[in-house]
Write a protein of this length. Sequence first.
Lengths: 302, 314
Amino acid sequence: MKKVSIVGSGNVGVNSAFFIAEMGAGHVTLVDVKEGIAPGKALDLMEAAPIRSYRTRIEGSDEIAAIEGSDVVVLAAGRIREPGQDRLEHFEDNASTVREICRKVVKYARDACVIVATEPVDAMVMVTAEATGFDRHKVMGIGGILDSTRMAHFIAARLGVSPRDVTALVVGSHTNQMVPLPYYSRVNGIQIDQLLSPEAVQVIVNETREAGTVIVELSKQANAYYAPSSAIAQVAEAICIDTKKVMPLSVVLDGEYGMSDVALSVPCKVGAGGIEEIISITLRGEDLQDFEASAEPIRQLF
Amino acid sequence: MKKVSVIGAGHVGATTTYYIAEKNIADIVMLDVLEGVPQAKGLDFSQAAPLRRYGVHIHGTNDYADIADSDVVVLTAGVPRKPGMDRMDLLKINTEIVKGAAHKIAEYAPNSTLIVVSNPLDIMCMVALDASGFALKRVLGMAGILDSTRFRYFVAEKMGVAVTDVHAMVLGGHGDSMVPLPRFTTVAGIPITELLNKDEIHELVDRTRKGGAEIVGYLKTGSAFYAPAASVAEMVEAVLTNEKRIVPAAAYLRGEYGYEALYLGVPIVIGKNGVERIIELELTSEERSVLDRSAQAVKEGMEALRSFYTMAFK
């Protein structure tokens, strides 16, 4: 069994551990700087194991050295946005947190793949790639995959069909300028424009863009964490079990889609080696301009 | 607890029972005319339950009274085509078997949804509909979901991606004339027409069309049952949980796609009432003509059926 370490044991980190355990994808080590949090959450999860039949072991530690020898490190630390705040708000604070963690990742787990969940995620992918010096294919952010699962939910809900059959694709930056792609969003292969009116598709696109904000506003104090954690677990599983799953992930581009030196979400095939292939798809008409424009808020941060 | 009855305890019936049991959503009755066989398999499944953790009851029987009040009945009964047997002989034998079973199903489980698996599928759906007297939406056939899962596997294998990333639509009759639709076959939403060249796609389509025959070719005396059973279990689950999945299945057409009074594989919304809705796709003229050929093959099968079978159904 592979080892997944999760740095940051807030809602996102702990629920990622929970989903990974349910999948049986790998052993999990939770870490947090706040004393007692990670060991406490890990113990609670392990006490559910006999009923839930986990084959996964979950450990918690206050010491980051516990990530030693990890195959996957998840960055789930940092400040989260509050109602009225933008995802880009905590860039400076979170960048310094991420840089500090990256130094430890290089020290203790230099062969690991890094899954970045800290916001703003595309910028943190760039910070992580630079601070670790890891091959860019080993650093991937939870951007498009999260936006896509949200879009798939909105499609299924509007059609009144099971979400199991729905695939959606959202690329670009994980900001309000994300690029949902209705043409590549399907119900068992069927284009959604064969099932929904153009107006309904536009409503879904808008719902997708606003999805994260709606949850912050509703819950008042907490970010979304179930859908983000499910995305993290999916990527961790792809690496640990070498599933070769294709998912839109934020990766530092180097000429793909005509872009370089910026991290954006594009479809990636993920296996034991991290991102094993960046898949090029045809972006039609405005989608290509929108994709390029979605990089702007990220570039402006640096 | 909901109740599913599986008629026929051969490989397809027994494996279907297994996949449904693993989903832990319904008690299952497995019925066969062979004495002892369903009882033995029912016990064997029940004895695996403590390890596999399903809490459902599985009961094997020869008595149709045991299927009473089933929510779903799966009809797998029928004989496979044996060497020397022509298609007409097979059609006659299986028509008798399906007719007899459908009468019993109508008698003991009149409120069930009937999923037909017996071959030739599109024709046996018609016989089951006619003999059961059930409403149109409550009799449907398992075919497209099987052809699609084969196509999905072949695409995933070719591209080296996870099978769960691949979705596919295969329409038409369940036979050599089935209609795989590459335009509606995707990897994480991306149509394979953007990922593979024409020759590669043609090869995968062709292999899908011959998917059943490829396995018969290896087994010599048997045919596939894991993928067929998995396909049935997905449909059963969607009905029991009213999941409203969009899947290809054989449904009775009344003008949809321009066809009247026949069963053909089309995308449907499947839920607690069986066929909740038929989805009409906009097809290109090329796709359209392949579907027409497929419908023609089904019409010929219907003609053959009418040559010896008088339908009560209007």
